[in-house]
Design a protein around this ligand. Structure first.
Ligand code: SF4
Length: 392
């Protein structure tokens, strides 16, 4: 999902600035541009699950106190004032956690049922809606109708892509990259010109969910660059943005060559150094035949078959026969099956022969990354924290 800050006003401001820079001759169409991404923290506090539920009740109460204070009469008492009167800070090891989770869940249910009974349209307020979602992702009702706290083993937990992490910004998501980088927020994709004889001008800034793949941002970047009359001839990216599907789409729709390394082939044959990966097979598209390292020619050619992933290319599958593979002296380097024969999957010729795929990320992209990582070595010190104020 693309997140549009300030209702698209930032985009319009960038449009205006780029139009002026174009007039001044500082940026032009059909040059080389590069894109890389960095994480952006949501301007919200880092909350434990129990703190999140408690803060969600507090946020919903505050919203109702502003929009329909009469609804709170007879519901909010001194005890609720003590629990939800100020920002919650329970820490990772609160006292009596089970009692607290059930008491807070019970309060949330009471509040939502009360609002639903008296003024159901108030259930669509942003904070009240966030409370409903946060309740669903943290509690469930067992067979006897009792409220239960969800765990991975008991009731299950939602995936990060849909789990709300703050009632104050329901679009922020928890994400991790590698073993070190974990954050709650978004991903910013920065595109800039990188011709050696010109100035570097930022031509697009896109913000997406923290959990979404970089490759999903590419079509939107090209659409906006096309609208601004600033499409590049060559677009340099790292492996997070490349897939044959997106490379082909960029070439067909925008006449842009996307240059970057394709994701690593994860099949067993590619992981093991001495195994026969797809690349050691010779493919003859005209004859619809594949020749293996032992000189055998495939007996079947099927597809292309669509794949379930929107970023994966359709695959042609070539099959060898049992009579070819069973007696093969190097079969253990080729296939794990002891009885059947090797199959090889590969994309159609028009995708396979696309210009653009490289072995390593282009040096120009690595240069951007060094700049970004220099600025945000600790993700918790993202610029977003300077731009946006904490709400809790
Ligand atoms: S196992 Fe089959 S496909 Fe693989 S090298 Fe031997 S004959 Fe060729």
């Amino acid at each position: 999902m693309s997140v549009s800050p300030e209702g698209g006003r930032a985009d319009r401001l960038l449009d205006l600035a780029l139009a002026r820079l174009k007039e001044a001759g500082l940026v032009r169409e059909r040059t080389t541009q590069r894109t890389d991404s960095t994480h952006v923290l949501a301007a919200v506090r880092d909350l434990t699950r129990l703190e999140l539920v408690t803060e969600a009740v507090r946020a919903a109460l505050e919203e109702l106190a502003g929009t329909a204070p009469h609804l709170l009469a007879g519901l909010v008492d001194e005890e609720w004032g003590r629990r939800y009167g100020r920002p919650v800070r329970l820490g990772k090891n609160p006292t009596r956690p089970k009692t607290r989770t059930l008491a807070t869940g019970g309060d949330a249910v009471r509040l939502l049922e009360h609002v639903g009974e008296h003024e159901a349209d108030r259930l669509s307020g942003p904070r009240v809606r966030a409370l409903q979602q946060i309740m669903v992702q943290n509690y469930y009702r067992d067979g006897a109708g009792r409220l239960r706290w969800r765990t991975a083993e008991d009731g299950g937990l939602p995936p990060s892509a849909v789990a709300v992490v703050s009632p104050y910004d329901p679009t922020a998501r928890y994400a991790r990259r590698g073993h070190v980088t974990r954050w709650k927020g978004f991903v910013a994709h920065l595109t800039e010109t990188c011709d050696p004889d010109g100035v570097n001008v930022i031509t697009d800034v896109a913000t997406t969910d923290a959990t979404s793949y970089d490759a999903k941002a590419l079509p939107g970047i090209h659409t906006r660059l096309g609208r601004r009359g600033l499409l590049p001839t060559e677009h340099l990216v790292d492996g997070g943005y490349t897939s044959l599907v997106h490379l082909e789409q960029a070439a067909r729709e925008h006449q842009v060559t996307v240059t970057g390394p394709l994701p690593v082939n994860s099949t067993r044959q590619h992981r093991k150094n001495d195994s026969f990966g797809r690349d050691v097979f010779h493919i003859d598209f005209d004859r619809q035949q594949v020749t293996c390292p032992q000189g055998e020619t495939s007996a079947g050619w099927h597809g292309p078959y669509p794949t379930s992933s929107p970023t994966a290319a359709p695959l042609i599958v070539a099959r060898f026969t049992k009579s070819q593979c069973r007696p093969c002296p190097v079969r253990t380097r080729c296939t794990t099956t002891t009885d059947s024969a090797r199959t090889v999957g590969f994309p159609p010729r028009e995708l396979r022969d696309l210009p653009g795929p490289t072995r390593d990320p282009p040096a120009e992209v690595l240069a951007v990354r060094q700049r970004l990582s220099g600025r945000h070595q600790d993700p918790r010190q993202s610029q977003a924290q300077n731009l946006l104020s904490f709400r809790v």
